[in-house]
Structures are given as C-alpha cells and as structure tokens.
Design a protein around this ligand. Sequence first.
Ligand code: ARG
Length: 585
Amino acid sequence: MASTLAQLKNRFDRALTAAFGTQLSGTDPLLVPTSNPKFGDYQSNVAMSLAKPLKQAPRSIAAQIVSHLEIDDLCAPPEIARPGFINLTLKPAYLETQLQRMLQGDRLGVEPTPHPQHVVVDFSSPNIAKEMHVGHLRSTIIGDSIARILEFQGHDVLRLNHVGDWGTQFGMLITYLREVYPDALTTADALDIGDLVAFYKKAKQRFDEDEDFKEASRQAVVTLQAGDETARRAWQLLCDQSRREFQKIYDLLDIRLTERGESFYNSQLADVVSELDRLGLLVEDAGAKCVFVEGFTNKEGKPLPLIVQKSDGGYNYATTDLAALRYRIEKDNADRLIYVVDAGQSNHFAQVFQVAKRAGWLPENVEAIHVPFGLVQGEDGKKLKTRAGETVRLQDLLDEAIARSRADLEKRLQTENRQETEEFIDRTSKIVGLSAVKYADLSQNRTSNYIFSYDKMLALQGNTAPYLLYAYVRVQGIARKGGIDFEKIAANTPIQLQEETELTLAKHLIGLSEILDDVAADLLPNRLCQYLFELSQKFNQFYDKCPVLQAEEPLRTSRLILCDLSARTIKLGLFLLGIQVLERM
Ligand code: ARG
C-alpha cells in the first residue's frame, strides 16, 4: 500500500494542476504531519509558497486547491487556517481499511521499493591485531541497522567489512611473531597468541627500542608485499587470530558481514596511481605523489594534497579507499555506497569522493555517502574509559550489560515472587542486556556524541529497549490470559475505532512505511527508534483506557487486532534495529 503521505501528495499534485495548470504539476505540496492534533493530522503549507509566483493571496490559493482536492476517501473536508494552511484530518473509515491491509501478509503493509538498488554498506571495519573499540561498536550497530532497513525495502545490500589487514604495522608484527613463536610457522596447529592487543603493544615496544628489530620489520614488509610465502603465512596467522576474536563479538551481536579487507585491493593500488597520472590529476610534492583537493586548505590557506603514494613508494589508506570505491562501482555494480565511519574521518571521505569524481570513477548516478557518528562518552562526559583509565574492551562492555540486566531481572523476580528457570534467566538477561546497548546507541541522533550509561539504557521507563520490549510482552500476556491465538483471529472482523486512544494508535500504526522511507533516505535509525517509542506509549495509553478481553464482540476482536498490530509493528521495527523480542520477561 502506498503510504498515506504518498497518496496525499498525489492528490495535491492533481488538484494543483487542475487549479493552476500543468506548469504546477510536480510542485512539492509541503505536506507535514501536524505538531498539534487540534490542526488535524497533516498540514500543507504550499499556498504560502505559491503566493509570490501566482501573485495571489495564500488564502485564496488554498481555497482554489481545496475546491479541486479529491480526498473524500481519506480525509474529512479540509480546513483552511490562517494565513493559508490546509489542514487535513484522516477519516476513521480510512484508518480502518489501512489497518485491515496491514494485517495481510507479513510486511505490515510496507511495499518493497519500486526502484531496488545495489547498495554497499561499509561498516564495522576494525583493524587486525588492534582493539575493536567502542567506535567500531557504533559502526557495527548503526551499519547493521541501515543494512537491515535497506534489505527490508528490497534493495540488494552488500555488507562489507573493510578490515585494516594491510600496512606497515605487519612488518613489526611478523618480526615479533618470529621472535616469540619461532615454531608457529612450521607447525600445523593453530596458534593461540591469546591477547592480540597485548601482543601488538609488546611488538611496538620492541620496534621502538631496538634498531635491528626495526630494520628486520622493514624487511618483513617488503617481503610480505613481494608475496614471500613465510611472510604471508605469518600474516595469515595474525589475521586468523584477530578474525576469531572479532567473530565472537559479531556472533554475540548477531551481525552478518562479508570480510573484504584492505589487502584485497593491494594489487589494484599501482593502477589507481597510474590512472590518476594518466588523467593529469597527479602532482609530485616533496617526493610524494598526490592530488590537490579543492576546498581543503592548510593553516596558511594553501590547497591540501591527498597523498596516494608516499615518497618511499608505499600506498596508504586513501589509495586503498580509491581502489575500493572503483571496485565497488565497476565490479559490484553499486548504485549507492554507504560508509559508516566515525565523524573524525569526514575529511578523508570528502577528499576521496572528490578525487574519485574528478577521475570519473564516481559517476553522477552513483551516490557515495559518508554516514558519520559521534563519540561514546563516559558518564563524566569524557571519552569512555575503564576505571583504570584504559580503553574499554568491547567484550567486557557487553558482558557487563548482560550481568547488570541479570541483576535487575533477579531483583524483579524476587519482589514479584516469581520462579523462573535458569535457562529463562540466562536468555532474558542476554537479550535485554544486548538490546539495551544497541538501542541506546541507535536511539541517539548518530551525528552527536552520547553518554554511555548502563542505568539509563536498562531502565524500564523512557526511550529504552526494555520499555519497548515490555510493550511487546504486554500484548503476548493478553493473548496468554485470553487464550488467544493471534494468527487465528478473524482477519475479516471489521476494525472499529471509537475511543480517542484507539484513533491515535491507529494513526501512528499506519505511519510505519513513511518512517522507513525517511530512514532509508537520511540514514538516521534514531527516527525509527522514536517511532517505536511513541508507538509503545500510544499502545500503553490505549490499553490503559480501553478494555480488551472484557469488551463485547465485535469490539473485543477489533481491539485484539489493534494489540496484535502494535506488537507486530514493534517486533518488525526492533528486528530492523537488530533487536530480538521476548515473549515474556
Ligand atoms: N579501519 C578503519 C578504522 O578503524 C575504518 C575503515 C572504514 N572504511 C573505509 N572504507 N575506510 O578507522
């Protein structure tokens, strides 16, 4: 079903053409949901914007539009308010048919996009042998949700993990590996280095204090780049070890990703540089090969270079991103490239996109977007740290969320005098804990920093995962109490919207596909969170006000349908955020 907004826009378009001629067809009717229900549900501001070009008073323009507007099937007669707003109120009968349609199929009335695209979402992307830190967690959670929403809309999504698995640091790591595990390269058993981050730190220390070690490391990079077998095996061992660690986090968070690390593009880097040269974009600056990017200047106001080959001949992060971009467009046929990477890398992406455009690798019809996000801060407003002042390990952070959610649950079970199995307690605390972490991240506008607080994210009240999960559980509780199987409920029972809370809930429910369109366009999952939060509130208000199981038929079934639709919408919405629901909690 086309969203209500899409239908209204269509009707406005016809009315504008009928009233003022075809030159106005395609005019944006400037329709928005009203901020105050007293003005109805939607409001159009188009009459004001047309006053100048049409040289008429807004009120008179509004009257002419309204006289041509055919929306009887959707709305009550439109009202014109000063200075020329057109206010629309949806009819209960329209809401009832829309809800009826949501009941059909399992997409809750959301139609797949008529224009499916090939989309690459580049997210998570941690670095081998380094800590996967909170920044990578944000990228992982936000990227996964964006991918889920686009997939649900029917796009073909390639979820790419652009892991940092290449670069000079491997010389140092390989040399240290040879030093401390000399047998690792000749024995078949998988090596367990244990804490790879500690390993990295020790290697770095050796590198910094010993000249011979440093020289050996440089040699190791050269042999690795040249494809030497033992060097490659050592590199592979290190990558495998890291990969296993990352996978634990992905499994815990239920994240699917295709790994295509920086090393994948290694053989394409020389070509990127020679192409730039051939196109006349390459400049030599102090021995380094670079492209001067427009609009980026240093402190002295001089144009900034984007280095693509260092003076020692090595390539860098930007060269790899140029190769990756080209590959994703040429070989993966991407129509849209989405990079979920912290805001600190905004300049990097703006520069890479600019160079790619000038080189003709990023054509007009392909959209490349950096989706930036802010920092995760501790409750003191500073960068999140452990009490000892160290960076927080992701595994520890997730374990702590689960442990706290377990403590909350056990306390609740005690006060409610409830007996539950160990299995129930394990599963519930795990789902609630992980959901809370994901939701706390997603519910913030990603562009700002946010404060990480276990207490806030686990609270049963407010815009939190537990609050939403609880609304879902409440509906399942109604079903259990009434012995109701929602799947068997007569879908042909007419829905009747009588009470104000029922109408409000219904209007909110039918807005799902609009919200998903918005999130797919601006890539802000917090808007979906806000929608689900308001839905849970509206459901709770409805349920507090309207008897359901106690109501007389056919109202009882009609209300049960409202409950079911609310729960299914919450479930689908949470699924699109990467969050699982519980039947009881
Ligand atoms: N590995 C990088 C980092 O940890 C992020 C990579 C993001 N993706 C990309 N195509 N540059 O900062």
